[in-house]
Design a protein around this ligand. Structure first.
Ligand code: SF4
Ligand code: SF4
Length: 489
């Protein structure tokens, strides 16, 4: 197996080879006159913030060198005849739940089924412990839980929200699906929140706890809601979608796509990893808000939305629209996938931001030059449904998805965008400079640097050989996605 893993990791994690990067730091230091830039040394791709929350998904936190301590046999010893565990009685949760169903004081152990009798005959001390639990401790626990319930309300709501794994989003009308019900099925009473400010702080912290990298809050602009709903959202798609009154606020959450495959778009990257993480975050946050007694409705990937997500992301202060039509954020560039939760929970809203993207896109055009289908305009923003924005030819874009082999979709425009770079000193400095440069001089310089140090294939080469191309990817795939190194084809 010829794994050129180290080189790949170096090049792909930074987007540059070591030599190129050293050159880049020198050039950038000179050109931008940013004194520290050339002196900070080589760190690209090594910064802990590089993965912005992905560590747990990529195993990067598993750093202990286990190989040094490897042994031939595990430390437990086989000393007699072995026996497999009987899950019906030897697993405490199933045994206690059976006992609860069967236990009556008058009949005692005699009233139990044969399996429990047999178990407790072998372990009589467990019978005493289990009976004490169900007769004495459970009632006390219930009583105390009722008395102190308020104290752990948020902890319980968070824990329950984390338990949401992959439920359906919603397929019933908002007046049914969005509202939380109380313990006996009646509508839940909304908890009295202290203030919109503290609620916003809480919701953002919880969103991060639930796995979101980005979170922002805005009032929902009705213009972004679909005029007619998608199927299986609880609306009649043939009728105009009437916006429910309780869709007052929109919370936006977002997580990044895996960086290294993303650079190897269009054929090795995927939207699915960020889609699924973001979806789970949104469903968890919906659950959390409902446990506070407020209505909430998730609008999530893959295709379960009642609204246009990108303008809501902009309203919530997370970024600006780029020429490629995707929102660019300061932290992740366009490398993220968002979801929205609509709710009436009163929260302090965020303001939109402008950190130089509109000016940068005016001259950059790298995405348009690299788009194989010509879907991205090189011209000015134009009016689309009453708003000025960059217009994308989504039909041509969609058609290209099937003109290249590998994972579905394309995302080349996301990968080539200078803003879509891992966090390291060079890119942070560049972001800082471009965000604070009213002259636009740094934009031209950085665009040229980008073109020099991140060479891309000819756009035609992304196409399949039968369509006149080479089925190329923007960067090489990460070592762990090279099928030929692991599987005999
Ligand atoms: S996804 Fe690909 S085809 Fe579509 S606009 Fe971006 S670069 Fe062009
Ligand atoms: S590649 Fe350039 S023009 Fe395109 S979205 Fe990114 S910054 Fe804007």
């Amino acid at each position: 197996m010829t794994l050129d893993r180290k080189r790949d990791e170096e090049q792909i994690s930074s987007g540059l080879t070591r030599r190129q990067l050293l050159k880049a730091s020198g050039l950038a230091g000179t050109v931008l006159g940013s004194a520290g830039l050339g002196l900070l040394g080589y760190q690209a791709g090594k910064d802990p913030s590089t993965y912005t929350g992905n560590e747990s998904f990529q195993g990067a936190a598993q750093t202990f060198d286990r190989n040094r301590f490897a042994v031939d046999v595990p430390h437990y010893e086989k000393v007699g005849p072995t026996q497999r565990v009987d899950a019906r009685t030897e697993v405490v949760f199933s045994r206690v739940s059976r006992l609860r169903r069967q236990w009556e004081e008058e009949t005692g152990a005699e009233g139990l089924d044969d399996q429990l009798k047999e178990y407790y005959a072998r372990f009589p001390e467990d019978l005493e412990t289990d009976v004490h639990l169900i007769e004495e401790i459970f009632p006390i626990h219930r009583e105390e839980a009722e008395r102190h319930r308020g104290q752990f309300l948020l902890a319980e709501a968070w824990s329950n929200a984390m338990g949401e794994v992959w439920p359906d989003a919603v397929d019933t009308p908002p007046e049914e699906s969005d509202f939380p019900s109380g313990s006996h099925g009646e509508p839940a009473e909304p908890l009295k929140m202290k203030s919109p400010e503290t609620t916003a702080v809480l919701i953002k912290k919880i969103a991060h706890q639930l796995g979101s990298v980005l979170v922002g809050i805005t009032r929902l602009n009705p213009d972004w809601v679909y005029s007619h709903a998608m199927r299986r959202r609880g609306f009649d798609p043939e009728q105009p979608l009437e916006i429910p009154k309780h869709w007052e606020y929109a919370i936006v959450v977002g997580t990044p796509m895996s960086w290294d495959p993303m650079y190897a778009n269009p054929n090795y990257g995927t939207s699915s990893d960020a889609y699924s993480k973001t979806r789970i975050v949104a469903l968890r946050l919906t659950s959390f808000i409902k446990q506070l007694g407020y209505p909430a409705r998730p609008h999530v990937p893959g295709t379960e939305y009642d609204l246009m997500v990108p303008p809501v992301v902009i309203d919530a202060g997370l970024g600006e629209q780029g020429r490629h039509g995707v929102v660019i954020t300061p932290e992740l560039g366009s490398n993220f996938r968002p979801a929205v939760i609509t709710t009436s929970l009163p929260m302090k809203i965020d303001k939109p931001i402008e950190f130089g993207v509109q000016d940068f896109c005016r001259t950059c055009k790298i995405c348009a030059e690299n788009c194989p289908s010509g879907s991205i305009s090189t011209g000015k923003r134009e009016e689309v449904r009453g708003y000025r924005r960059y217009k994308i030819d989504s039909a041509k874009c969609h058609s290209f998805w099937f003109s290249n082999l590998g994972n579905l979709g394309c995302r080349i425009c996301v990968a080539v965008c200078p803003y879509t770079r891992k966090s390291n000193w060079l890119h942070r400095t560049a972001l800082n400079v471009t965000s604070n440069d009213p002259t636009g001089l740094s934009h031209t310089v950085l665009t040229q640097m980008q073109k020099s140090f991140y060479p891309a294939p000819d756009p035609q080469d992304y196409y399949l050989p039968l369509l006149g191309g080479k089925n190329e990817s923007y960067r090489k795939p990460p070592w762990w996605l090279k099928t030929e190194d692991f599987i005999d084809l």
